[in-house]
Design a binder for this molecule. Sequence first.
Ligand code: MG
Ligand code: MG
Length: 272
Amino acid sequence: MIKIKSAEEIELMRESALIVSKTLGMLAAEIKPGITSLHLDKLAETFIRDHGATPGFLGLYNFPNSLCMSPNSQVVHGIPNNTPLKDGDIISIDCGALKNDFYGDHAYTFEVGEVKSEIKKLLKVTKDSLYIGINEFKIGNRVGDVGFAIQKYTEDHGYGVVRELVGHGLGRKMHEDPEMPNYGKRGRGKKFVNGMVVAIEPMTNMGTRRIKQLSDGWTILTADGQPSAHFEHDVALVDGKPELLSTFQYIYNALGIKSDEEDKFRKQKLEI
Ligand code: MG
Ligand code: MG
């Protein structure tokens, strides 16, 4: 059952979404060759707790850490470890936080040092597909419209859309209805209504869409060993239109990137 949020609840969810956004922004300044994902995980846990929240993934379905850290050919759900990141790596970081009984859930694929242009393109296409999907999250549309738009754009670039893992409704639970696949058919699935809050999160493989899982029971990686990217925003449906609750602006500020990609999905300018 889809849980519709009141305006007050959406404001609380914005708070949770901004905590995960700030956490990724803090990490953006730390990511460089030589650093370990376990170190970043500890920084994030402290940061989240210092902001009056609880790490959203720690203990969720028994996940052992605060962040999912998935380098290179890992798609999602990677477990932080002591392997230093190398120049040319990418790492997808998924961050959850719980505050005021509501979850934030946010992911970004970071470049470590100097990354090959073909991998930069994978990251750009995946992030662009996220906004293409968000644009379809509006009154008159259905779940399949978001998935169709993401899938078409991604496959037109020759990349693989992961099927086994999907976006989701977000609220008092990390995973609520409806599921939000990154593939689908126009006009199919649940109808969107005002007050829905969802996490839209394309997971895009440079090669085959097929995946496998490590024996740790968590880590998902590409079946062909090629890189994969993951970007995720929390989005509310307000007055018939998508409104971003999370933001990549903290990351962009840390990295010195200028971007207006989020502006059309926000009623007022974000003060950062
Ligand atoms: Mg996530
Ligand atoms: Mg999610």
